[in-house]
Design a binder for this molecule. Structure first.
Ligand SMILES: Nc1ncnc2c1ncn2[C@@H]1O[C@H](COP(=O)(O)OP(=O)(O)OP(=O)(O)O)[C@@H](O)[C@H]1O
Ligand SMILES: [Mg+2]
Length: 263
């Protein structure tokens, strides 16, 4: 296992510069610059509508009208070689209700890794992914008969199938009870520590920020901070990441007012 500081010169998993996204009539992301380091859990936090899902879609290459620089694992976002190297779970993940947990995974595994020769490896990947999300006892249950949290974990298992180097998870813990939430965060940290997976996880629940190695705090299409939770709290003189976020929001508003009056 590697530790973070042993690879200071390694390129980040994601590097963005002047990243801008237009959706309909609106510029939804405005000239963002940030990096996501490898092998760590980075939280993408901000209020509803600030642009988290848009940013994630840009990273996985499904967002239109993206300009600026956006490199993912050393390639431009959306590059074909990233298809199996990046796992993505959308905010409203879909699984097939009329298939069992294993059948759902078999289906996606076949798409990810087609060809008969791959069948054995696929079976292993599926079994491992089901175990990763702690659904082994539900392997043969129909997805339609699972709870909401269990269905979410099936989607997460799909994203884990190809042993992705980068996992992009859009609000994976929404609506989960505290025990499941804790278990999932434990899984995220295990993936980072033991498989060297990079995780980019969005949330609008600020207390989840404390569980991340690094944070990207967003508001209204812009990045307010790109830092560790500790550094954020320290430099804003705040006890919690939530308080630090509010501090940064107030400071940005004050700066905007100063700009207005000196114009
Ligand atoms: N198709 C679209 N056309 C125009 N604007 C859009 C479109 N889709 C999203 N938006 C706008 O883009 C902004 C960012 O949306 P996005 O879904 O990225 O936010 P979010 O941070 O993921 O929010 P949430 O926490 O509610 O999921 C929002 O203000 C939204 O209204
Ligand atoms: Mg969203």
């Amino acid at each position: 296992m590697m530790n973070f500081s042993s690879r200071p010169t390694e390129e980040p998993a994601v590097h963005a510069q002047d990243l801008t996204v237009v959706r309909g009539p609106r510029t939804v992301l405005r000239g963002l610059g940030f990096t996501v380091p490898r092998g760590q859990v980075t939280g993408l936090l901000g209020p509803s509508g600030c642009g988290k899902s848009t940013l994630m879609r840009a990273v996985v290459g499904t967002q239109a009208k993206v300009s600026g620089t956006l490199d993912v694992l050393g390639h431009p976002a959306g590059h074909p070689t990233l298809r199996t190297r990046v796992g993505y779970v959308t905010q409203a993940p879909s699984v097939y209700d009329d298939l069992t947990v294993r059948q759902n995974l078999d289906y996606f595994a076949a798409i990810l890794d087609p060809g008969r020769a791959a069948a054995d490896r696929r079976r292993e990947d599926v079994t491992r992914a089901i175990a990763d999300v702690d659904l082994t006892t539900h392997t043969d249950a129909l997805a339609g008969n699972l709870s909401g949290g269990q269905r979410n974990r099936v989607s997460l298992a799909v994203a884990l199938l190809g042993t992705p180097e980068l996992l992009v998870l859009d609000e994976p813990t929404v609506g989960l009870d505290p025990v499941l939430r804790r278990d999932l965060w434990q899984l995220f940290h295990t993936l980072a520590a033991e498989r060297d997976t990079t995780l980019l996880i969005s949330s609008h629940v600020m207390d989840e920020a404390e569980r991340c190695h690094r944070l990207l705090l967003m508001r209204d299409g812009e990045i307010l901070a790109d830092d560790t939770p500790d550094a954020l709290r320290t430099r804003t003189g705040s006890e919690t990441v939530e308080a630090a976020f509010l501090h940064l929001v107030d400071r940005a508003a004050a700066q905007a007012r100063t700009k207005e009056t000196t114009r």
